[in-house]
Design a protein around this ligand. Structure first.
Ligand SMILES: [Zn+2]
Length: 461
């Protein structure tokens, strides 16, 4: 039995159904789960670990719904800096074909270090190529060492160039091997219980890199075990043209034809959708991982965030990448979501109200997408808000810093309106993985050397 008492936070943002913000708030947790969230005076007075967070803002841990950790090894590659999605992929596939198990391990730690320092406590990752003996196990081991909660997606590519797909044949696998490995990973790692540190997701990569049959078989396997399903969808106009030509459907209709819609499905991007497709998501329960930085970086378009929210579609945020962002900063991503939604509204002729009505996407709405929104998308009821019974996953930010000077009348909004900062504390399951701004689970200078050596080998080797 181990207990944790956090007290005296300047503001504690619960993100509960009433969106309570508690001045002078605190948390009492036992064995990784929250027992009480309230004003400090109402909490127990003692615990195994006690931390006074006077002068800090506390938020629920941020939830990242889409990422490719391995791509931290191939950021800012010159030939891919100014390419659209299909050209970007074709430039990078041959480099990714050289990845080793150690590269997957190293890059996972890099991405999770960035994520943890920027406030993330749960990350979904989508690993979809497994060259040279690489396995999802390499990523899971690294995540376990880092102490971040992970939804590890067993991605796949089976439709190589010779069969009309986009990736070269050298990076695709047989469908039998993909399904066998998926089964192995589910049995070895998937934990369905509240508080799970590792869950497995099945995630064929995209309509242009797998067959419809693999998508169907993946859905059957996932549903046998109560897993979630994930893929890229409606990211670009090129993808829409590909689906129309190959399958006679637009991407969302293609997913419907494969039984790939439901409460257990979430899609990355979903930029190019109309109102009819938004209704399909709403009616079937599909979630969306909105990735604003990546969509801007690749000039893919602007997702209809306000329309998703008005329709009641489950919506979370993903940093994507890391070769299409090229960073893993969750608070920065929430800020991009807020700003990009406003730009889209402006382009479409709306404007920020001048008479006191709510603006297009508020800072608090963007923070909700990054916390409870992401939890909904991943199908996790045990995270996303600070309430009794939920996981003790939270972050704290010292408000006494240059970036927030002049904004302390509303510290919650300051976190998104002002320049993105790194967090001072990050607790996952009641364990501190960032303390006073430093990661407790990784020696960063040594790790950077290791990461850069691996990146050099991929490019030059
Ligand atoms: Zn992606």
């Amino acid at each position: 039995m181990s207990t944790l008492l956090i007290k005296n936070a300047t503001v504690l943002v619960t993100m509960d159904d009433h969106r309570q913000e508690i001045q002078g708030g605190g948390i009492f947790a036992r064995n990784g789960f929250i027992e009480q969230v309230s004003k400090t005076g109402e909490l127990p007075e003692a615990a195994d670990e006690v931390l006074d967070l006077s002068g800090h803002l506390i938020l629920p841990g941020l939830v990242n719904c889409h990422h490719h950790f391995y791509q931290t090894l191939t950021r800012a590659i010159p030939a891919a800096q100014n390419a659209n999605l299909f050209k970007w992929l074709k430039t990078l596939y041959p480099i990714w074909a050289k990845l080793t198990p150690e590269d997957i391990f190293i890059s996972t730690k890099t991405a999770l270090a960035e994520l943890a320092l920027s406030g993330c406590t749960t990350a979904s990752d989508h690993l979809y190529l497994f060259p040279n003996g690489s396995r999802l196990d390499d990523e899971i081991t690294a995540a376990q060492e880092m102490g971040v909660r992970i939804q590890a997606s067993r991605g796949s590519m089976s439709l190589g160039e010779s069969k009309g797909g986009l990736p070269p044949d050298s990076v695709v696998d047989s469908e039998e091997a993909i399904l066998n490995d998926s089964q192995r990973l589910i049995e070895r790692y998937h934990d369905p219980k509240p508080g799970a540190m590792v869950q497995i997701v099945l995630a064929p990569c995209s309509p242009f890199s797998v067959t419809g049959e693999l998508m169907r078989q993946s859905a059957i396997l996932a549903r046998e075990h109560g897993l979630h399903l994930h893929t890229h969808l409606a990211e670009t106009q090129d993808e829409e043209a590909f689906c129309q030509q190959q399958f006679g459907h637009k991407p969302v209709a293609y997913m419907q034809s494969l039984d790939w819609v439901g409460e257990d499905v979430w899609f990355a991007h979903s930029v190019h959708v109309g109102m009819e497709e938004i209704q399909v998501y709403k009616n079937t329960g599909c979630g969306v991982a909105h990735c604003p930085s990546s969509n801007m970086r690749l000039a893919s378009g602007i997702a209809p965030v306000r329309e998703y929210m008005q329709a009641g579609v489950k919506l979370g945020l993903g940093v994507d990448g890391s070769a299409s962002n090229d960073g893993s900063h969750m608070l920065a991503e929430a800020r991009q979501a807020m700003l990009l939604a406003r730009l889209r509204a402006g382009i479409e002729g709306a404007s920020l109200s001048s008479d006191g009505a709510p603006p297009i996407l508020t800072a608090r709405e963007a923070l909700a997408l990054a916390t409870r929104g992401g939890a909904d998308v991943l199908g996790r009821r045990d995270i996303g808000s600070l309430e009794a019974g939920k996981c003790a996953d939270f972050i704290a930010i010292n408000l006494n810093r240059l970036e927030f000077s002049g904004a302390l009348h509303d510290p919650v909004a300051a976190v998104l309106f002002c320049s993105p900062v790194t967090v001072d504390y990050n607790f996952v399951a009641g364990k501190c993985i960032v303390r006073e701004g430093n990661l407790t689970t990784l020696d960063i200078p040594t790790h950077i050397e290791r990461h850069n050596a691996a990146a050099r080998r991929l490019l030059e080797g």
